[in-house]
Design a binder for this molecule. Structure first.
Ligand code: SF4
Length: 440
């Protein structure tokens, strides 16, 4: 029998939510039409797909408010093989994506302070402090996050996640499943994959227990196909920036990454990236750039600075600079090709261990070199992120090697991806401006 809570969830997700958000988009569109475009704006026309992105992500969070008690809810790390959870009917919440949203809405200082007041050190990743603060206070810019029935952690991007999720497991008193891929030096060994496979089997058993549902291998394979297609479509969107001018900016890419992180393995995610890809291809044909006057092409390494996207993108665009590729957005386009639905479990073990942050520095260097060559950049900015140690360690070596191997200018830029209290805005912007002026 369908419960009242389930009925509410389905109504919000499939009827009321989409209709309300569509109406909001149309109202916003009317307002925008009345506004005259700023002739002095350094940016190209805004992407039409951005409206759809807003609807899609807002619906995800809106439905989430009604998810607990209606469907099983899992909180998952961004590198977790979420594909496995979809056929069980889980509503997946990504705390990292939520923390990025909190940062963009300038709410991290308040939320992180709540975690710090409970004894969490300011050296801990700002995503973790923000989300723990949100869990402790119940405050969030999305109205409400559903309480998890299951916590799913994969340490293929860092070990911080394990301690963070253990704290969540204690707080919510729910089970935690862990997938702990061994760090890859060169190539992973067969016993590494076996170790991950064993953990994936445990995950499937726990997901079945919590959701009270059994799923077939065919259902898992179907979701893998969707996830593989989604990452390929995302890759095509990024590839569009090989053209001159690039039809969008690296900052746009940071914003449009939402669905491949939070909705990977769903039809909605893939439909969205088809729409975005087609629009980007159309802009390429018409010669429309993400910025009006693309004079220099750069590469960005590490997470974005979520609270400073607008200011930094304007600073660059006004001087004719565009980040045409970023290692962060590229990371979401790479793993999909390793997923082989004809060998579902084994290929998933391979794909989820070969992610950027689970591989050695040599691999990082080769990825950055490949991106720099493919997108024909003249320089790179390596964001030395106070919070994200695994992404930032080794950047001094990477800087030297990139300069030597490619003869490009490289800047080490110190900030924090989510917490503005760890960002010295004025000196940082002065350094960035001086770096840009060196291209004159
Ligand atoms: S330390 Fe880095 S990889 Fe780990 S959760 Fe924070 S941002 Fe993500």
């Amino acid at each position: 029998m369908i419960t009242r809570r389930r009925l509410e969830y389905e109504l919000v997700k499939h009827v009321v939510g989409p209709a309300t958000l569509r109406f909001d988009t149309l109202r916003g569109e009317l307002k925008r039409r009345k506004k005259k475009p700023r002739p002095d704006s350094p940016f190209g026309p805004p992407l039409e797909a951005a409206h759809k992105l807003k609807e899609l992500m807002s619906l995800h969070y809106l439905a989430g408010r009604y998810a607990d008690g209606a469907v099983p809810v899992a909180w998952v790390t961004s590198g977790f093989p979420v594909e496995f959870l979809r056929p069980f009917g889980f509503h997946a919440v990504y705390p990292e994506n939520h923390a990025a949203l909190c940062s963009a809405q300038k709410q991290v200082p308040e939320l992180a302070s709540a975690a710090e007041a409970e004894g969490y050190a300011t050296d801990l990743c700002s995503y973790a402090r923000c989300d723990l603060g949100s869990a402790f206070t119940g405050k969030t810019p999305v109205g409400r996050l559903p309480k998890p029935d299951l916590l799913c952690c994969c340490t293929n991007i860092c070990q911080t996640l394990l301690y963070w999720y253990r704290a969540l497991a204690t707080h919510f008193n729910v089970p935690l499943v862990l997938i702990d891929p061994p760090f890859v030096y060169g190539k992973a060994k067969p016993h590494h994959h076996q170790y991950i496979l064993d953990q994936m089997e445990e995950l499937l058993a726990e997901a079945a227990r919590v959701s009270r549902k059994q799923v077939s291998l065919a259902e898992l394979v179907e979701v893998m196909h969707l996830a593989r297609e989604g990452t390929a479509l995302w890759g095509e969107c990024l590839d569009a920036s090989r053209n001159r001018p690039a039809p969008w900016t690296g900052f746009d890419g940071f914003v449009h990454i939402g669905p491949i992180v939070a909705l990977r393995g769903t039809k909605e995610c893939n439909a969205y990236y088809r729409l975005l890809r087609d629009e980007l291809h159309d802009r390429v044909k018409k010669g429309i750039g993400g910025i009006k006057n693309e004079r220099h092409r750069l590469m960005w390494d590490n997470l974005p600075i979520w609270y400073g996207l607008r200011e930094l993108s304007t600073l660059l665009a006004e001087r004719g600079f565009n980040f045409v590729c970023t290692s962060y957005t590229n990371a979401w386009a790479e793993g999909g090709a390793l997923v082989d639905p004809s060998q579902p479990m084994a290929s998933m073990a391979r794909a989820y261990s070969h992610v950027l942050l689970n591989q050695d520095l040599k691999n990082r260097l080769s990825v950055l070199e490949r991106l720099a060559r493919t997108y024909e950049v003249e320089g790179a900015v390596l964001h030395s992120d106070r919070s994200c140690k695994p992404y930032s360690v080794g950047q001094i070596d990477l800087k030297d090697r990139l300069q030597k191997a490619l003869g490009i200018r490289v800047l080490l830029f110190e900030a924090d991806h989510a917490d503005p209290r760890a960002y010295a805005k004025e000196p940082a912007e002065n350094r960035l401006t001086a770096f840009l002026e060196s291209f004159a």
